[in-house]
Design a protein around this ligand. Structure first.
Ligand code: GUN
Length: 284
């Protein structure tokens, strides 16, 4: 039996069409959502991500500004730009592309973004609100993963969800979201003693460790739903953290790489930006 392939590209397109309609409605009320993206340095993957974010914003009718800063930009310059963008009413959302060059304290920069404009959901206020279950900006990739699971009709209540990876961007927030949906959640990481034993217990398995093909089919429970967050370059292609060929034979549903989680991240960024604009206009 071969798993159902979860088509993130198609689901993301649906979300983006909804955002486009919402932006058109807001424009009729005199509200124009605006997204500012800051890219420091010239990491090739980040350049591609930022280009895609810019294109997607424009395509949705969102006002887009991209600040491409040289790799040696001092931290105080980045902080000054963030301060400027915080103060501009036509900018609803601000995103600093991760990672930034080593001489910049990324956390200090994320903390400087106004929580009301933090469409990445990386500010401690939003991360704290997520922890206690209050309304907040949810980080885009975890939000996209939940949307994919819902769209696929996956029941989470009472199910065993295992998250492999504990980053602040994906692992921790997706675990909290799964918990808020009443899954029994385990978080695994590089020091987990018997990873295969943990992953084999999962009804829903989310893998975000940044290691190509690290989770093979024999580590997956038959019938599990597998969400692969990895994007690893290999021989001129992109492969996930899950070994797709063996996993697809065991899982009941699985996201491909590319075309699974990736497109959802951008769609959720657009949705967060529209939400930011609505809130700033006092609509929510
Ligand atoms: N780099 C990789 N993913 C992300 C993301 O979701 N947001 C930001 N700002 N940087 C990233």
């Amino acid at each position: 039996m071969s798993a159902r392939i979860i088509d993130g590209k198609a689901v993301a397109e649906e979300v983006r069409a909804g955002v486009r309609e919402e932006v058109a409605r807001l424009k009729q009320q005199g509200i124009l959502p605006g997204l500012a993206v800051i890219l420091v340095g010239d990491d090739p993957a980040s350049k591609t991500y930022v280009r895609n974010k810019e294109r997607a914003s424009k395509d949705a009718g969102i006002h887009s500004e991209v600040y491409r800063l040289p790799a040696d930009t001092p931290e105080h310059e980045v902080l000054r730009l963030i301060g400027e963008l915080n103060a501009r009413p036509e900018i609803s959302g601000i995103l600093l592309q991760h990672p930034v060059p080593g001489h910049i304290d990324e956390r200090r920069c994320f903390d400087a973004i106004s929580p009301e404009k933090d469409v990445d959901g990386f500010h401690p206020v939003n991360q704290g609100r997520l922890l206690i279950g209050e309304r907040c900006f949810v980080p885009c990739t975890p939000r996209g993963i939940l949307h994919l699971l819902d769209h696929t009709g996956v029941e989470l209540k009472g199910k065993r969800a295992v998250v492999v990876g504990r980053s602040n961007i994906v692992g921790k927030p997706v675990a909290l979201l799964l918990l808020s949906r009443h899954a029994t959640v385990t978080i695994c990481h590089s020091r987990t003693q018997d990873l295969a034993a943990e992953t084999r217990a999962a009804d829903v398995l989310v893998v975000a460790i940044g290691k190509a093909r690290a989770v093979r089919g024999d580590m997956i429970k038959p019938g599990a739903v597998v969400i692969d967050v990895g994007v690893n370059p290999e021989d001129g292609k992109l492969v996930g953290d899950v070994d797709f060929e063996s996993a697809v034979e065991v899982a009941s549903a699985i996201t491909p790489v590319p075309g699974g989680v990736g497109p959802m991240t951008i769609a959720m960024l657009l949705q967060n930006t529209v939400e930011a604009a609505r809130r700033q206009a006092g609509l929510e």
